[in-house]
Design a protein around this ligand. Structure first.
Ligand SMILES: [Zn+2]
Length: 340
């Protein structure tokens, strides 16, 4: 029956600043702040936002928009909502909220998107910084304890990261691992030449002091002038931030919808393995590059270019197969939460 699941890693580069908001929480001088990791305080894109946006774009790409996109609740007349078909690539991959066999959680699970490389202005031009805990996400372990310094391929004169001046020390070995994530050769060389490593706490500090903050004002349509008291500011991850997220794709053959097998197709082939589930997710990637993610899309924000996507590894994937296969399939709980 094959592996029970497979993990895919996706790397995206912001072509615009990216604002995924918290929903109007004021933070210091900023009115509309972005979502942060509660522990590290580094901004991130929640997996729920990624999953929702990817669902919408994949539905557009596969002619399932708008019915299989969105939250899926039918209108009061009973029309609309997710189709919930076991032959629907969107409803099987992203889940659905109703249907003949009750709800279904979906075959693809999205992690949060974390900042992997953060661009910061220096007197020598842009530098992309990262940290040990971030590098661990791509399987790169830094064992040395780091000082309050910037670590680069070669040591040298102190360098400013924004307003913060740091000593430059030498640290090698991790740069190649980062460069492997760039499929585009020119981009790989350019970013690869300008990489820096910071201790975790310094990384948080540098990221939060170098976010893009913009100020906007609402315009009164009658006068064409600024509305009184309508000035607001918002923050965003700057252009050229590199983000990483993971998508765990489950094996469609291990799941039942309404007691029956999943029979969706992708690229004119039956969706019968985790890799084909990821093919459906990948349909959204082109749209991310043009339609973007998060808010302020009409103000030049949000476009995210997927520069790399691949299977993270397959060594652990097969061992869990027998455990998961023995669990009842989610669709078997017929009608328990479908009829409300
Ligand atoms: Zn559907």
């Amino acid at each position: 029956m094959g592996k029970s699941y497979e993990q895919f890693r996706v790397i995206g580069l912001g072509i615009d600043p990216i604002h995924v908001g918290t929903g109007g929480q004021r933070l210091g001088r900023v009115d509309l702040s972005i979502v942060r990791d509660p522990v590290t305080r580094v901004p991130k894109i929640p997996g729920s936002s990624l999953a929702g946006v990817c669902r919408t774009y994949a539905a557009m790409a596969l002619n399932r928009y708008p019915m299989c996109a969105g939250q899926g609740q039918p209108e009061q007349t009973g029309h609309g909502g997710h189709c919930g078909g076991r032959d629907c690539p969107i409803c099987t991959v992203f889940g659905f909220a109703r249907g003949t066999g009750g709800g279904f959680a979906g075959l693809a699970a999205f992690s949060d998107a974390h900042v992997l490389l953060f661009p910061v202005a220096t007197r020598k031009g842009p530098l992309w910084v990262t940290s040990p805990s971030v590098l661990r996400l791509i399987g790169c372990q830094i064992n040395d304890s780091l000082e309050s310094a910037l670590y680069q391929k070669e040591g040298g004169q102190p360098l400013n990261l924004g307003w913060l001046l740091l000593e430059v020390k030498q640290h090698n070995g991790w740069q190649e691992k980062v460069k492997q994530l760039f499929c585009d050769k020119d981009l790989r060389e350019y970013v690869g030449q300008n990489l820096g490593l910071l201790r975790d706490d310094l990384f948080t500090h540098v990221v939060n002091s170098n976010l893009e903050v913009r100020t906007s004002v609402s315009i009164n349509p009658e006068t064409g002038a600024a509305e009184e008291g309508a000035l607001f500011s918002y923050e965003a991850l700057p252009r050229a931030t590199v983000l990483m997220w993971e998508v765990v794709c489950k094996n469609p053959q291990h799941f039942r919808i309404g007691g029956q097998e999943v029979c969706a197709q992708v690229n004119s082939k039956p969706m019968s393995a985790p890799a084909e589930v990821f093919e459906v997710v990948k349909k959204a990637h082109d749209y991310l590059e043009h339609l973007g993610i998060g808010g302020m899309g009409t103000r030049g924000m949000g476009r995210l270019w997927v520069i790399h996507s691949s299977s993270a590894s397959s060594s652990q994937a097969s061992t869990a197969a027998s455990v998961e296969a023995s669990q009842p399939a989610p669709g078997d709980s017929t009608g328990s939460h479908g009829g409300t």
